[in-house]
Design a binder for this molecule. Structure first.
Ligand code: SF4
Length: 336
């Protein structure tokens, strides 16, 4: 028996589950019952953005179905090496928006913190898949210089981003939140995360307590693209999260062959709403190198928006937007 004083503390279950994620494509495909030879278009070498998915998310993929809409979001394909016109390494101008290490400032009143490079899932269309995280993420603690940069009446909202801020452990997150309370001009905190969906056990009582105790309103923006991503484990996590986050919103990315259908988008908005999520944005794909096979045309996106409006009450219709580097806000897709 290990003496009490030297026993290694157990990590929380979410961290153990995160460590059990699939990171080898071949193991994952075998688990899924898919024959590699049927998937000749797979890419075996995606070292710069390796395959990764949690077992939670994987469990919502239909076994044996090579066209499952959740699977298609994470499968590295040879098409990723196609050099397509208009696609680039930094489609939304993140590097130009960096005002200091780990801080991006694009829009009036808001500053976005690159809290970490880590994600629990690697979405193949991710606009930050080529982001230079080595040079551009925050130190463990916000330095005095960083706090100084953020301490201005011009910044009333901080956005925790990454990577995924909820891959940080509670200690790091608590330190960060504590440091943010030192900013007298702050009015709101926003957190962009996929974790409550990708790894619902991340929503622990400790996390909820931390958010609840933060002295300003907290908004969580999730990223869910397809209604199949939502199951009872996510619903249960969101019930808890509502005790710490005043608003829970969703932004989806419009993805060819995955959610570019009025029926799927309607189901996403309705099912999300049943779980307390308000539709926020449907983003036109950010044209990052390696993602051209996901692109949906502007005409199709506009039609989908109209079809959703015809089927849903206004408060359930997300705004269809695109991000153009250098613009002062996201743009409605009909206006560019
Ligand atoms: S979770 Fe978000 S930041 Fe991470 S890979 Fe997916 S889209 Fe990119």
């Amino acid at each position: 028996m290990i003496p009490r004083s030297t026993a290694i503390p157990k990590s929380p279950s979410w961290q153990r589950q995160l460590a059990q994620s699939f990171t080898r494509l071949s193991t994952f495909l075998e688990w899924l019952g898919l024959d590699r030879s049927e998937l000749s278009h797979l890419c075996d070498d995606s070292a710069d953005f390796p395959f990764r998915v949690t077992r939670d998310f994987a469990s919502r993929i239909h076994k044996g179905d090579a066209n499952d809409p959740l699977l298609l979001q994470i499968l590295p394909l040879q098409q990723e090496s196609i050099v397509a016109d208009g696609f680039s390494l930094d489609p939304v101008g993140d590097t130009h928006a960096a005002v200091s290490q780990g801080i991006l400032q694009k829009y009036h009143g808001r500053a976005l913190l690159i809290t970490t490079a880590a994600c629990a899932i690697h979405c193949r269309y991710c606009f930050r898949r080529h982001f230079p995280y080595q040079q551009q993420h925050l130190e463990k603690q916000l330095s005095d210089e960083t706090l100084e940069k953020l301490n201005t009446p011009e910044i009333s909202e901080i956005i925790l981003s990454g990577g995924d801020p909820l891959t940080l452990n509670d200690k790091r997150l608590a330190q960060l939140l504590l440091q943010l309370t030192q900013l007298p001009h702050l009015k709101r905190l926003r957190m962009h995360t996929r974790m409550p969906v990708i790894l619902p056990s991340r929503v622990t009582p400790e996390l909820v307590g931390m958010l609840r105790d933060f002295p300003l309103p907290v908004t969580t923006v999730l990223h869910i693209n397809h209604p199949n991503e939502l199951d009872e484990s996510v619903a249960s996590a969101l019930r808890q999260l509502h005790h710490g986050s005043r608003h829970i919103l969703n932004q989806a990315v419009l993805l060819r062959g995955i959610n570019d259908s009025p029926e799927i988008l309607r189901q996403l908005c309705e099912k999300g709403f049943e779980m307390g999520i308000l539709p926020y944005y449907v983003h036109q794909l950010d044209r990052v190198h390696g993602s051209a096979h996901f692109q949906v045309s502007k005409q199709r996106a506009l039609k989908l928006e109209t079809q959703l409006r015809e089927q849903l009450p206004g408060y359930l219709v997300p705004k269809f937007v695109t991000e153009i580097a250098g613009k002062e806000s996201k743009m409605p897709i009909g206006k560019f």
